[in-house]
Write a protein that binds this ligand. Structure first.
Ligand code: HEC
Length: 253
């Protein structure tokens, strides 16, 4: 035979399998980290641990009956002040965020409880509350994600995630134990669901009923990642190496 006929995962030499497995391992850990990150930012949006439809609605559409300060103080900032202090701040926001009342009652709480992180010196990429304009802005109605933040996060995800799935897909293309229809479907799915996921962020920004699409898009993307990952690893390390070919650099054994 003039050409190696079996370029599949089970027949790859040890160095290519090491390369592919190293990449898959690191990208897999990265994926887990991003799920944990989602739990901590969006997952806490409604104040309860775990991702729910409410979290998605609050993150993108906003909690339009309240302000950012109020939803954060009931969410990820809940532990930052005592019940009484949180109640005082929320009451002040609901009473219309009066500047006089701010100086008298609220500023001392902010100084004591919030400035440690919410200042230019802290190094956190979060609003500086020494500039009280940053507080008053967040006492207005919570309209969820802004268009500029959605644009930023959308383009980072489109470029970054399609890059990851290009390599995961290229490795998975060499799988030999999967019927072609399933293989083709698994390869295109992440791209379709990435588009669905990101489109649904924008739709949810306009209408909270689209929040479930965000969950479907993200869930299906993770499922196709897990599928390609496991099949590739299985074929490289566990599947019997029936088609091993020994003639070129890729098949180096
Ligand atoms: C231990 C550090 C820390 C303390 C103390 C802290 N925050 Fe935060 N705050 C953060 C971080 C980190 C974020 C960004 C992540 C997030 O939104 O949950 C944030 C985000 C926010 C936001 C959203 C800002 C925006 O528009 O993106 C608000 C509002 C907020 N905090 C209010 C408060 C208030 C009020 C206090 C004091 C009672 C407080 N925080 C104390 C760390 C802190």
């Amino acid at each position: 035979m003039p050409f190696p006929t079996a370029s599949n995962l089970a027949s790859l030499g040890i160095s290519v399998r090491m390369l592919f497995s190293g990449y898959l391992t690191v990208v897999g850990i990265g994926y887990l980290m991003s799920l944990v990150q989602i739990l901590f930012t969006h997952g806490m949006a409604d104040g309860k641990f775990g991702l729910s439809i409410d979290d998605i609605v609050y993150s993108y559409y906003g909690n339009r009956s309240g302000s950012v300060i109020e939803s954060k103080l009931n969410g990820s900032m809940k532990g930052m002040a005592s019940e009484t202090e949180r109640f005082k701040i929320i009451q002040w926001v609901r009473d219309g965020a009066d500047p006089e009342a701010f100086k008298k009652d609220i500023q001392p709480i902010v100084q004591m409880r919030c400035i440690a992180c919410h200042s230019a010196q802290s190094g956190f990429p979060i609003p500086d509350f020494n500039d009280i304009k940053n507080i008053f802005l967040r006492a207005e109605t919570d309209n969820g994600a802004t268009f500029s933040s959605l644009t930023r996060v959308s383009h980072i995800h489109l470029f970054g995630i399609s890059f990851i799935f290009m390599f995961v897909g290229l490795i998975f293309v060499l799988a030999s134990g999967v019927p072609i229809w399933l293989k083709a479907t698994a390869i295109i799915m992440p791209y379709l669901f990435l588009l669905l996921d990101i489109t649904s962020w924008w739709l949810t920004k306009l209408n909270p009923n689209f929040a479930w699409l965000v969950i479907i898009g993200g869930g299906a993307m993770a499922a196709s990642f897990a599928f390609m990952w496991s099949v590739s690893m299985y074929e490289m390390w566990i599947m019997p190496r029936l088609h091993a070919d020994t003639r070129d650099a890729i098949h180096d054994e």
